[in-house]
Write a protein that binds this ligand. Structure first.
Ligand code: TEU
Length: 567
């Protein structure tokens, strides 16, 4: 086994040459590419994406120009929730590879100046995790059960859940166990699927165990973690009912409780204890921006995903308000803003932007509503130039650089998402944004599986035939392709400090109604036309990049964006 302990340095080293300012830590303005491992590339011919497939394609990612990779969970898992049900936090899922392969991946990525972020899931584990199995075998009120939330049921026979909390995936957040003597017994809490029991973070042993896990991966050279469901770890130990009539709960019995912050302060201390400090990126779904910013105070996480930006409509006033609010709420805590359009949980934005309602909502994914893919693609191209021009970090979900859309016609028998199963199909769930990537060739599986002679079908064999014109091979070298747009944008971000440095401020420029126009630094600007009319570009020296061919010099068509060098 080869261990690579030499991570890229904080702000230069192997990653220099990617346009970093020597004094600006990498995580302040990194472009992080999200690898949904099972759908990225299958390197061993079994139909499931894996670390070998990813390792083989690192060259593609380096040439794309990304700074870091965030890998969705790749730890041993029964896959009840696509790897978010972890049975061992300190090993690699066998269908994805081995620890040695992870070490090799880290070494290869570092050699290319790319950082590796793993995805840690502190709220819960798999029901097959040894700690949960021990808890099941132990008696009520035993130390083993105190790793989780076991409680007696309500009602005369204890056959009603301990409280009225609902699972995020539908149905009650409690499941009853059968005790060792065969009698119906206690209930355990799971905010997600029953296969994902929630840890009891009030138990110091749980805290200590996660610190050990963090060190385990940091010691292997991992550069940081994306923290899953980061705001829901701490529960009110009285486990009170949620009042369905109350508009909000203050304090809420499990979301964003004050006690959560000391957990991340401990994690930050571990991350900072390394010569090359490691970084923490939170999945924090909190509507209140002031409470959100608390997670980003100097002794807590380094950054968190900007979901209000992801969810908001393709509307100039709404976008501008979200951008302003984002910048305003990050400034006092000194954290970099972040920008994101898609991930493995949400409807791909080519699809969202091609519908009348361009927002995203977990409860109404707009599935099946009229869709104009050509319009969605045009807007997605403009949105790429918008979010990559904003100050701070950017997260790119695999396939968005290929212009992939949501696959909505997946047969029920092939759907895997617990969100679909637990709502009896009422919620289409997230499989449609998780379809294996198309790499090359004229027909499915489009080079997803290597060797190509392998007979194995991809785990989700639903790539649309039209992806023939969306493969990497098809788009490379075509200046009008989505892939080349992303490659050009990322190259400019590296070579033009105005776009690539988080330090360069954003200043709005006067513009026509429906147009977002802002300056970054002294000499560059981004203009996005969300109006129905073509508009004149502001005075400029050169168009550095445009999301569509500009036919008439100095005129920007509707739903297009341009990056300009100013005089
Ligand atoms: O998702 C959490 C999520 O999507 C939020 O809506 C969450 O329901 C709530 O706001 C609490 O934070 C993450 C992963 O991204 C997703 O794929 C997993 O299924 C889920 O956690 C469970 O691990």
């Amino acid at each position: 086994m080869t261990l690579n302990l030499s991570a890229p340095s904080q702000s230069s080293g192997a990653a220099a040459g990617r346009g970093e300012l020597p004094t600006e830590p990498w995580w302040r303005a990194a472009v992080t590419y999200q690898v949904y491992v099972r759908s990225f590339a299958d390197g061993n011919g079994d139909g499931v994406g894996d670390l070998r497939g990813l390792r083989d394609r690192l060259g593609y990612l380096a040439e794309l120009g990304v700074d870091a990779l965030w890998l969705n969970p790749c730890f041993p898992s029964p896959m009840a929730d696509a790897g978010y049900d972890i049975s061992d936090f300190r090993d690699i899922e066998p269908s994805f590879g081995t620890l040695a392969e992870m070490d090799g991946l880290i070494a290869d990525a570092h050699a290319l100046g790319i950082r590796i972020l793993l995805d840690i899931v502190p709220n819960h584990c798999s029901d097959l995790h040894s700690r949960f199995q021990e808890a099941l075998a132990a008696a009520p009120r035993s130390p083993q059960r105190s790793w989780f939330w076991f409680r007696p049921g309500r009602g005369p026979n204890g056959d009603e859940p301990p409280n009225n909390w609902q699972s995020y995936f539908g149905g009650p957040a409690w499941t009853r166990v059968t005790e060792a003597d065969g009698t119906p017994g206690q209930w355990y809490l799971h905010l997600f699927a029953p296969e994902q029991p929630d840890f009891n973070w009030g138990n110091p042993a749980v805290r200590e165990d996660f610190l050990t896990t963090l060190r385990f991966w940091f010691d292997r050279g991992v550069d940081g973690f994306r923290i899953d469901s980061a705001a829901v770890l701490v529960k009110d130990p009285l486990l009170p009912d949620l009042d369905p009539q109350a508009p909000s709960h203050d304090p809420h019995p499990y979301n964003d409780r004050d006690g959560i912050h000391e957990i991340y302060q401990e994690w930050r201390a571990v991350a900072d204890s390394y010569d090359v400090p490691r970084a923490l990126f939170g999945e924090v779904w909190i509507a209140d921006p002031q409470r959100f910013a608390k997670y980003l105070r100097p002794q807590e996480m380094h950054a968190a995903f900007n979901f209000p930006f992801l969810q908001c409509a393709w509307d100039p006033a709404v976008l501008r308000a979200v951008i302003d609010q984002t910048v305003a709420f990050h400034r006092p805590v000194g954290a970099p803003a972040t920008w994101v359009l898609s991930n493995h949980d949400v409807t791909r934005h080519v699809t969202r932007y091609g519908r009348e309602d361009t927002t995203f909502d977990f409860d109404d994914r707009g599935h099946g509503r009229p869709l104009d893919l050509e319009l969605g693609t045009r807007r997605a191209r403009a949105a790429a130039l918008l979010y990559l021009a904003l100050p701070g970090g950017a997260y790119m979900y695999q396939g968005e650089e290929l212009g992939l859309w949501e696959v909505e016609d997946i047969p029920a028998a092939l759907r895997e998402d617990p969100m679909w199963h637990r709502t009896d199909g009422e919620n289409p769930g997230r499989d449609g944004c998780r379809v294996p990537l198309p790499w090359s060739g004229d027909s499915a599986p489009f080079g997803f599986t290597t060797p190509a002679c392998s007979a194995a079908e991809p785990w989700l064999p639903t790539q649309p035939a039209a992806w023939r014109e969306h493969t990497v091979a098809y788009q490379l070298g075509d200046p009008d392709s989505m892939l080349e747009l992303y490659r050009s944008a990322l190259a400019l971000r590296r070579s033009v400090p105005g776009f690539g440095s988080e330090r360069e401020s954003l200043r709005w420029l006067d513009s026509a109604p429906g147009v977002l126009s802002f300056r970054r630094g002294d000499d560059v600007a981004c203009v996005v036309n969300l109006s129905a009319e073509a508009v004149a570009l502001p005075q400029h020296d050169a168009v550095l990049l445009a999301s569509a061919r500009l036919t008439d010099d100095g005129v920007l068509p509707s739903d297009c964006a341009a990056w300009l060098r100013l005089s």
